[in-house]
Design a protein around this ligand. Structure first.
Ligand SMILES: C[S@@+](CC[C@H](N)C(=O)[O-])C[C@H]1O[C@@H](n2cnc3c(N)ncnc32)[C@H](O)[C@@H]1O
Length: 207
């Protein structure tokens, strides 16, 4: 099954090879601001085993590795994996990056303390959502944390990924498999085309 909607699935294959990172709409050169807070608050800790799904250029993953976490990034795009490895090399951190599908991740079960998703879920087609939730749950140890960073229905309509409602998120990462610790809106960095970025940050504990 293809994970992403048709409007995006083909672009990611080559975009990392063809474009400077600064031209990618999701690239800010900064780790997610809510991810930084989770590290400051000790929710994600040194030594935690983190899997970053759809890790792209590796900005979040390299940040977490620099903070002492044991990080593996997974991305479908080989070019994204190459970019992320180059960034990790430059930073001198030992984050690993592997090519793989978020719906069938080539990593063992129940080994991750934390799984992160930064702007991946909101690209997914409806039928991929339950498969993805099952895969996130498989990767996490019991009590492990899933951190979701997603476009929301509280931002203006326009180009780009789907706007996701809280009901859709809660239906996907459902209470049979996850305990929702937090799901709230936050204002993210503005971009040239989207000055009003209102996103979801979610924390879900695997049962
Ligand atoms: C909007 S980008 C976000 C990248 C990164 N998480 C960030 O915040 O900068 C979405 C990423 O998902 C990757 N992707 C697309 N389909 C995927 C799949 N089936 N499995 C894993 N990654 C996928 C793309 O190559 C792209 O790097």
């Amino acid at each position: 099954m293809k994970a992403f909607t048709d409007s995006w699935v083909d672009k990611f294959a080559t975009v990392y090879a063809d474009s400077p990172l600064a031209e990618l709409s999701w690239f800010t050169a900064s780790p997610g601001i809510e991810l930084i807070k989770l590290v400051i608050d000790g929710v994600i800790r040194r030594g935690d085993r983190v899997v970053d799904l759809g890790s792209g250029p590796g900005v979040d993953a390299v940040f977490l590795a620099a903070q002492g976490m044991d990080v593996t990034g997974v991305d479908l795009s080989e070019q994204a994996v190459e970019r992320a490895r180059a960034w990790a090399d430059l930073a001198g951190v030992s984050a690993r990056f592997i090519q793989g599908d978020a719906l069938d991740v080539p990593l063992p079960s129940h080994q991750a303390d934390v799984v992160t998703d930064s702007f991946v879920f909101h690209n997914m087609r409806d039928e991929a959502r339950p498969v993805y939730a099952a895969e996130v749950h498989r990767l996490l140890r019991p009590g492990g944390l899933f951190v979701l960073n997603s476009f929301s229905d509280h931002m203006v309509e326009g180009t780009g990924p789907r706007r996701v409602t809280s009901a859709e998120i809660l239906a996907t990462f459902d209470s049979n498999r996850f305990e929702c610790v937090e799901l709230r809106l936050y204002r993210n960095l503005p971009t040239a085309t989207k000055p009003n970025q209102v996103h979801w940050i979610g924390q879900f504990r695997a049962r």
